[in-house]
Design a protein around this ligand. Structure first.
Ligand SMILES: Cc1cc2nc3c(=O)[nH]c(=O)nc-3n(C[C@H](O)[C@H](O)[C@H](O)COP(=O)(O)OP(=O)(O)OC[C@H]3O[C@@H](n4cnc5c(N)ncnc54)[C@H](O)[C@@H]3O)c2cc1C
Length: 373
């Protein structure tokens, strides 16, 4: 008979890995299963931006705390994920963008993000690499980025140090409810636990189906590109008011260009492809914001799956009607906010009162069809 764990986490992205880490440090016997290597889906291929200026208003209080966690990752994670804390600028080039920027910055400021509006000329003083065409900019001192590629490496070491049983390259295929908890069916055999956390990114919908719950999750296919190493062109994180650009230059000289331009593909097929015309649109915008990029060559471009719920707010909390089952995912700007929300979920699982409310999924479940007659 296999070990009865206190908790099994299915899906080792940033959300599953952080939940597992804090649950294990809270004294639980935890196992993590991933069908691939740890943090190699969204959590390993994302743009690494840790920003308030692209975070949804409702998530700002969480993102601010999560930003602090990233800034102090060496202390709680024990390993470096290349975090750089710097200023962030969100630009407006037209009157319409300026209006949008002022509105969004105002809402985020009300929620606690320290964003101030400055002129394009003031933005140029902060970031001399910028175009002189910006009319207005949102300026936030709580910004920065990490090197997402290092996430799996850092969490693997931290989880093993915390005594977590880690099974990579082992897809789960079903969850059975038993008298003592759950049996998770995996390719390498069943694993048993008193509690289960579903943390499968865009594959949460399929996993919730194993428990008989219909939780619709939309799949976004985000494109990203990186330049060759170039001389210093920028020192801040740069975006634009409508959110379709994110730019930062890593200390070794490459510039990562993103902004949520959509590629094609589906989670069912497991493959996604770049749409070159959109890549060109994204890069043109980048060169417009930071003109030195016109001289840079692209080194690589790629895509990744991002999950979104119907109301674009997270799915974090207990699974309704199933005692000791939990879900975490679909957090917008989820790399930024994920660690804090996962820590809150671990608190709830450990029987502690979370410092901020979770995002229970009851609101997202389809109502039962009305009985006929
Ligand atoms: C290209 C891109 C750029 C992004 N840029 C940013 C950014 O700059 N800043 C930001 O804050 N956010 C960004 N995001 C969003 C962020 O990356 C995600 O919100 C976050 O990483 C999601 O983490 P997760 O743990 O929920 O999901 P994932 O990282 O997708 O993890 C889910 C895990 O479940 C595993 N899994 C799936 N099926 C099974 C199965 N059957 N059995 C076992 N395991 C399974 C997968 O292998 C995977 O490891 C970006 C996303 C993408 C795709």
């Amino acid at each position: 008979m296999s070990t009865m764990h206190d908790l099994i986490v299915i899906g080792g992205g940033i959300n599953g890995a952080t939940t597992a880490l804090f649950a294990a440090r809270g004294g639980m016997d935890v196992a993590v299963i991933d069908r691939g290597p740890l943090c190699r889906e969204a959590s390993g291929v994302n743009a690494g931006t840790l920003t308030m200026q692209m975070t949804r208003v409702a998530l700002i209080p969480y993102a601010l705390r999560a930003h602090h966690m990233w800034a102090t990752a060496r202390e709680w994670l024990g390993h470096d994920v290349g975090v750089v804390v710097c200023d962030g600028l969100s630009l407006a080039f037209t009157e319409q963008e300026a209006e949008l920027l002022a509105f969004r910055a105002g809402k985020r400021r009300e929620a606690g993000a320290p964003i101030t509006l400055i002129t394009g000329q003031q933005a140029l003083q902060i970031e001399p690499g910028l175009s002189d065409k910006a009319l207005l900019a949102g300026h936030c001192r709580v910004d920065g980025y990490a090197n997402a590629y290092l996430t799996g490496l850092a969490f693997r070491t931290a989880l093993l140090d915390a005594g977590v049983t880690l099974t990579e390259n082992n897809p789960a295929t079903d969850i059975l409810q038993t008298s003592s908890g759950f049996e998770v069916v995996t390719k390498q055999g069943p694993l048993r636990a008193k509690r289960v956390v579903i943390a499968g990114g865009v594959w949460i919908e399929e996993m919730m189906g194993w428990l008989g719950i219909d939780l619709p999750i939309k799949t976004l296919v985000n494109q990203l590109a990186v330049t060759e190493r170039i001389p210093t062109a920028m020192r801040t994180v740069v975006g634009i008011a409508n959110g379709l650009l994110s730019l930062k230059q890593y200390p070794h000289g490459t510039v990562v260009i993103g902004g949520g331009w959509q590629g094609s593909g589906s989670r069912e097929g497991g493959t996604c492809s770049l749409l070159p015309e959109r890549l060109v649109g994204n890069i043109r915008l980048a060169c417009h914001a930071v003109p030195a990029l016109k001289d840079a060559r692209l080194a690589r471009a790629w895509t990744g799956f991002e999950a979104e719920t119907r109301d674009a707010l997270p799915a974090v909390g207990p699974v309704p009607g199933i005692h000791n089952a939990y879900v975490i995912g679909s957090i917008h700007s989820g790399y930024t906010s994920g660690p804090y929300l996962a820590k809150l979920l671990a608190d709830q699982i450990l029987g502690r009162e979370p410092d901020l409310p979770l995002f229970p999924i009851d609101r997202l479940l389809k109502p039962e069809p009305l009985a006929q007659g």
